[in-house]
Design a protein around this ligand. Structure first.
Ligand code: DAH
Length: 344
């Protein structure tokens, strides 16, 4: 029995020092003890067997504790995106507290919040879509010449109709989904009121005002008796909240396949009285497209256009933010330059 106590001490010491403690359970000394049991005189066997079992349990418990200890060792964080040998000590990782939200993300929250206060719900768009949502549901049948105005990036893969998928050139692609999702509101006597602030893509020649990747907020509002005056009032109120001042706005006729009538919405330059470089000396800033939702767009979502009408608008967010913060070049937003980003 004394030898069992000595062996217990030895085995426990081995467990404590081992990186692979389960090995200790298989120690030959332990196996030998078990082998000894049947060779003993019958009267000694019981007590000896019990002692060997107890020894094994003590070792097993120690092995478990040691294994847990080994598994919870504190590991250094690894940035899987870093272009250096992540397992070496340098360069140091940037502490998370030094990061901030991107200025466009911050401003999209402001935009969303203003519309939420007006009763709109916020939905997300997507970064790849099918041609039904990009075109057909928005009253651009196949072969419609206006499709070329939304000339974006297509995938090699095709959708169920054999058409390439597309990186959305506007968040209007979400109109059909938003109308369908909230259609039940109309039956309950409530309007459909949705905004979609999100990312969009276009095949552009890049310059200070044009970027291939940018942001838009799309809005749709449907109810009984909706008219263009409500559209203008909603947009004017939104812009006045956003810029924190009274604004004069102007609405000119325009063309979009998904609205009838369609308008281009401009505001009197909030930065000057008689021309500046923000408004290109014109005193007016063309800000967004909008109009009364075309009956075919309502129909595509299963809404009776004789009973309900609605307005829609799509506004570039980068442009809004550039004007608010006096940013001279849209390309700063996607450049990832810390000296730009740290100003916000
Ligand atoms: N999708 C248009 C664009 O990207 C903007 C737009 C115009 C959206 C009229 C609308 C609308 O919802 O009704 O230029």
């Amino acid at each position: 029995m004394e030898s069992i106590d000595t062996l217990q001490e030895q085995l426990l010491a081995r467990v404590a020092a081992s990186d692979n403690p389960t090995e200790v359970i298989k120690a030959p000394e332990l196996a030998q003890l078990y082998a000894q049991i049947p060779t003993l005189p019958a009267e000694e066997r019981g007590a000896f067997g019990k002692a060997v079992n107890e020894l094994k349990q003590v070792i097993a418990a120690a092995v478990e504790t040691r294994s847990e200890q080994l598994n919870t060792v504190e590991l250094a964080p690894i940035d899987v995106t870093a272009p250096f040998d992540v397992n070496s000590a340098a360069p140091a990782l940037m502490p998370a507290r030094d990061g901030t939200l991107h200025p466009l993300t911050q401003e999209m929250e402001v935009v969303s919040d203003i519309f939420n206060r007006m009763g709109f719900v916020t939905e997300e768009s997507r970064e790849i879509d099918d041609q039904y949502h990009m075109f057909e549901s928005l009253n651009f049948p196949k072969g419609h010449p206006a499709r070329d105005d939304w000339d974006t990036f297509m995938t090699v893969e095709t959708d169920g109709d054999g058409d390439p998928l597309i990186a959305p050139a506007h968040t209007s692609t979400m109109q059909n989904r938003a109308l369908k999702k909230y259609k039940a509101n109309l039956d309950e006597g409530r309007p459909i009121a949705v905004v979609v602030p999100d990312r969009t893509f276009r095949n552009e020649d890049l310059d200070a005002r044009h970027e291939h990747t940018f942001y838009q907020v799309e809005g749709v509002y449907v109810n009984k008796g909706v008219h263009a005056g409500m559209l203008v009032a909603t947009l004017q109120k939104f812009l006045e909240e956003y810029y924190g001042r009274k604004l004069t706005v102007r609405v000119n006729p325009f063309y979009f396949p998904f609205t009838e009538p369609s308008f281009e919405f401009a505001l009197e330059c909030p930065f000057c009285d008689d021309g500046c470089n923000v408004c290109s000396q014109s005193k007016w800033i063309e800000l967004l497209g909008c109009g009364m939702i075309h009956p075919n767009v309502l129909k595509a979502a299963g809404i009776d256009s004789n009973e309900y009408s609605g307005f829609a608008f799509g506004c570039g967010i980068d442009r809004l933010v550039m004007m608010k913060h006096n940013i001279e070049d849209v390309r700063h937003f996607e450049a990832g330059k810390l000296n730009f980003l740290r100003q916000f």
